[in-house]
Write a protein that binds this ligand. Structure first.
Ligand code: ZN
Length: 308
C-alpha cells in the first residue's frame, strides 16, 4: 500500500513539474526569425519595423533584426549567421553582399532553410543567378527576357511567355481582390477564396526562372489603372531543393507605421505570419483571425501595439 502511495506521489510530482515547466518550454519553442533590411528603394525604415511588430505580436516568433551598412558601405563585416534561424525574412534591395555572406545564404537555403521574400526583396540582385532561383520571379533593376519568361495565368492555367520586354511594373495603388489558386496548401487552408486587399501596388510583368512550386494567390492587373491586363501571380512558394521559400509580392510600405495600409491589411499580416510559420516548420497551426477581409470589404489593423 505504502509502495503504491509512493508511486502515485512520484507520478503526481512529475505531473506538477511537467505543467509548471510548460511556460518556459513554450518560450523556447518560439520559431527564430531574422528580418534582414537596411537598403531598399522603399521605406525600409518603416517596413522592417512593421514586419517586426507583426511577427512579435503574433507571439510565435523570437525575432532579430539585422541591418546592412548603408549604400556604398563596407559589406565585408555584414555576416549574419543564417544557420541560427528557422526563417529569414528578406526586406532588402541594395548592394551585393560579400562573397562569403552570399555563399552562406545559398548554403542556408540548400540545406533546407526557411525564407520569406517580401515585396521589393524581389527587385534585388538582378545579376545574381542563384538568388533569382530563390525568388523565382523578380522585377526592375534591368530585368528583361534574358532574366527568364513572364509567368501569368490564362483561364486559371499558368503560362510562360518568353516575349521580349522589361521585367517588373505596376499600376496605380488601389484596393484589389485576391484570388486563391490552391485551397489545400497549409498557408491558404480555411482562408476565403476571394478577399479584398487594402490599398497596395500590384506587381506585374515579373520575370525570372519561374520555378514556382505552389501558386497560392493571383490578382488581375487591371489595365484601367495601369496594370498589365494579366492575371498575375502574387503569393507563391518556390521550388528550390529542400528550402521552404514563401514569396509575397504584397505590402508596399507607406510613409509611417500609422499610414501603411498594405501592411496594416489583416489579410497581408495573416499571410505573412502563415507563410513565415510554414517556411520555418513546413506546417501552419494558426487559425484564421476573426478580422480577415471578405470578398466585399477590406480589413485594416489601425495600430501596432508597440512591444518594448
Ligand atoms: Zn512597392
Amino acid at each position: 500500500m505504502q509502495k503504491l502511495f509512493k508511486f502515485s506521489l512520484a507520478i503526481l510530482l512529475s505531473l506538477v513539474s511537467f505543467f509548471t515547466t510548460q511556460p518556459s518550454m513554450a518560450r523556447s519553442k518560439k520559431m527564430k526569425a531574422l528580418i534582414l533590411s537596411g537598403q531598399n528603394n522603399h521605406n525600409w525604415q518603416v517596413s522592417h519595423r512593421a514586419l517586426r511588430l507583426i511577427l512579435d505580436q503574433s507571439g510565435l516568433f523570437q525575432v532579430d533584426t539585422i541591418l546592412t551598412p548603408a549604400k556604398g558601405g563596407d559589406m565585408s563585416k555584414f555576416n549574419p549567421n543564417f544557420e541560427e534561424y528557422d526563417v529569414v525574412v528578406l526586406d532588402y534591395n541594395g548592394d551585393r553582399w560579400s562573397k562569403p555572406t552570399e555563399e552562406a545564404f545559398i548554403e542556408y537555403a540548400r540545406r533546407g532553410g526557411g525564407i520569406v521574400v517580401y515585396h521589393a526583396a524581389d527587385n534585388a540582385f538582378a545579376q545574381w543567378e542563384e538568388f533569382n532561383k530563390i525568388i523565382a520571379l523578380g522585377g526592375w533593376e534591368g530585368r528583361n527576357e534574358k532574366s527568364g519568361p513572364y509567368y501569368y495565368l490564362i483561364n486559371g492555367i499558368g503560362v510562360l511567355d518568353n516575349g521580349a520586354g522589361a521585367g517588373g511594373s505596376h499600376g496605380a495603388q488601389r484596393q484589389y481582390p485576391m484570388h486563391c489558386r490552391n485551397r489545400k496548401h497549409p498557408i491558404t487552408k480555411d482562408l476565403p477564396d476571394n478577399w479584398l486587399h487594402a490599398r497596395d501596388e500590384m506587381y506585374d510583368r515579373m520575370r525570372g526562372p519561374a520555378n514556382i512550386k505552389d501558386l497560392l494567390y493571383s490578382g488581375y492587373a487591371d489595365p484601367k489603372t495601369g496594370g498589365s491586363g494579366r492575371e498575375e501571380p502574387l503569393v507563391f512558394t518556390v521550388d528550390y531543393g529542400k528550402a521552404r521559400i514563401f514569396h509575397i509580392m504584397l505590402g508596399h510600405c507607406g510613409e509611417s507605421l500609422a499610414n501603411n495600409p498594405a501592411m496594416q491589411c489583416a489579410g497581408f499580416q495573416t499571410l505573412l505570419l502563415r507563410g513565415a510559420e510554414w517556411a520555418a516548420t513546413g506546417k501552419v497551426k494558426q487559425d484564421v483571425p476573426a478580422d480577415f477581409p471578405t470578398a466585399k470589404s477590406t480589413s485594416m489593423r489601425r495600430g501596432y501595439k508597440i512591444l518594448q
